[in-house]
Design a protein around this ligand. Structure first.
Ligand code: SAH
Length: 382
């Protein structure tokens, strides 16, 4: 496909690909300029690393289900509303996942199941979530339903598998709350193991329905590669992987570190992180389920030693307590990965005021066609 501005027929209603009217080259310069405006005063900003083929990169795809004129529909919520816009294929989503969602919609109709109605809170299928391991080939389908009772469950699962034998696991998740969250508390494995595995940077990772995993695997390898290059590990360092998710960065760093500690708030992600360490035979790593800020306060009180801190917080950035304790722990190097350069710039300003110097700034395009910008800043203690 060309890198010309893509013309998605759903763009206006969806609002997900805010830059889709720009050519890909223009999108990249738009993001580059944004990072220069926010962080350029500290250091030269290296050229953003884009994708060769910036389409169908998302390994995680979700669709909302509803009904129109008595027929099941599936698609996306119109931006800032709760109205479903029917969508069968999307320029940035994995094509196989989109195909499976269309099949599920047809099966819902032929099995005479109802889509969930979130006004009356009645009906069955609410959302479908699909995660795909691009290099392992494994595919997980999560059917999010309003109730646990699954009429003709076995026939439905068999019908889906016969149409898509590439599916490796199917999970039912029950979400009967009035919430904008996709997944509810209760899950049940209908087929396979209940998770997928994926290969990344020479390691294997488990991905469960709930845990965070980077959505663009091609660019994740680029991002992690750069982060590790900036960490300049020699094998002697004690590394802290803060906001570690399922432990990916810490595990990839582990052969080049003396010891790695990961901290993460999401209990499912921590569970996966521990499994991932075992899966890869990594022994010099430990994971803690905690708020990163609270964990840093305890580390600072203990006088713990970390030579390199790799941090990858959510969009809100790090809280002040985290940053204060980071400064108190005084690692030689901080590698700050962020999906929001605005909060990153705020946090970097604090670190620069408190004894750190910016050494490298590297934007990576993790989310082509959207306005989201990912950026790594490496800092060294002055
Ligand atoms: N480094 C990981 C995850 C980055 S996403 C990766 O590359 O895959 C950010 C992670 O921060 C998520 O896993 C989220 O659950 C976690 N998180 C959010 N708030 C947190 C907090 N206050 N303390 C610790 N972890 C938090």
């Amino acid at each position: 496909m060309s890198k010309q501005a893509s013309k998605c027929p759903h763009a206006k209603k969806c609002g997900g690909c805010q830059l889709q009217n720009m050519t890909y080259d223009r999108q990249l310069s738009f993001k580059q300029v944004k990072v220069i405006k926010l962080l350029g005063k500290y250091r030269h900003v290296d050229e953003i690393i884009g994708m060769d083929c910036p389409y169908h990169y998302r390994n995680k795809v979700q669709a909302a289900f509803g009904e129109r004129n008595g027929e099941p529909i599936s698609g996306i919520y119109q931006s800032s509303t709760h109205k479903i816009v029917p969508v069968d294929s999307c320029l940035i989503e994995d094509e196989k996942a989109d195909e499976i969602i269309v099949t599920i919609r047809k099966l819902v109709k032929s099995f005479k199941l109802r889509a969930f109605n979130d006004v009356t809170m009645k009906g069955f299928l609410r959302h479908v979530l699909i995660k795909r391991g691009f290099s392992s080939g494994e595919i997980m389908v999560v059917l999010v339903t309003g109730v646990m009772d699954f009429p003709k469950e076995e026939q439905f699962v068999n019908a889906l598998l016969s149409r898509h034998p590439e599916i490796t696991t199917i999970v039912q998740n029950v979400n009967n709350k009035r919430t904008s969250l996709l997944l509810g508390e209760e899950s049940r494995v209908l087929f396979g193991s209940g998770y997928i595995e994926e290969d990344l940077c020479g390691f294997r990772f488990r991905i469960s329905p709930r845990a965070f995993y980077q959505v663009n695997p091609t660019q994740t390898a680029v991002l992690y590669g750069k982060a590790l290059e900036f960490a300049e590990l020699s094998g002697k360092e004690r590394v802290l992987d803060a906001y570690c998710g399922t432990g990916t960065i810490g595990i990839i760093a582990s052969p080049k570190a003396r010891q790695v500690v990961g901290v993460e708030l999401n209990a499912d992600a921590v569970k996966d992180a521990k499994v991932n360490a075992a899966l890869n035979g990594v022994e010099n790593i430990a994971f803690f389920e905690d708020d990163a800020g609270r964990f840093m306060v305890k580390e600072a009180q203990k006088g713990a030693k970390h030579d390199v801190v790799i941090m990858d917080p959510p969009r809100a950035g790090a809280i002040l307590d985290f940053l204060k304790c980071l400064v108190a722990l005084s690692p030689k190097k901080v590698v700050y990965i962020s999906c929001n350069p605005e909060t990153q710039a705020r946090d970097v300003a604090f670190l620069v005021k408190n004894g750190y110097r910016v050494k490298k700034i590297q934007p990576v395009d993790m989310f082509p066609h959207t306005e989201h910008v990912e950026c790594i800043v490496s800092l060294v203690r002055k």
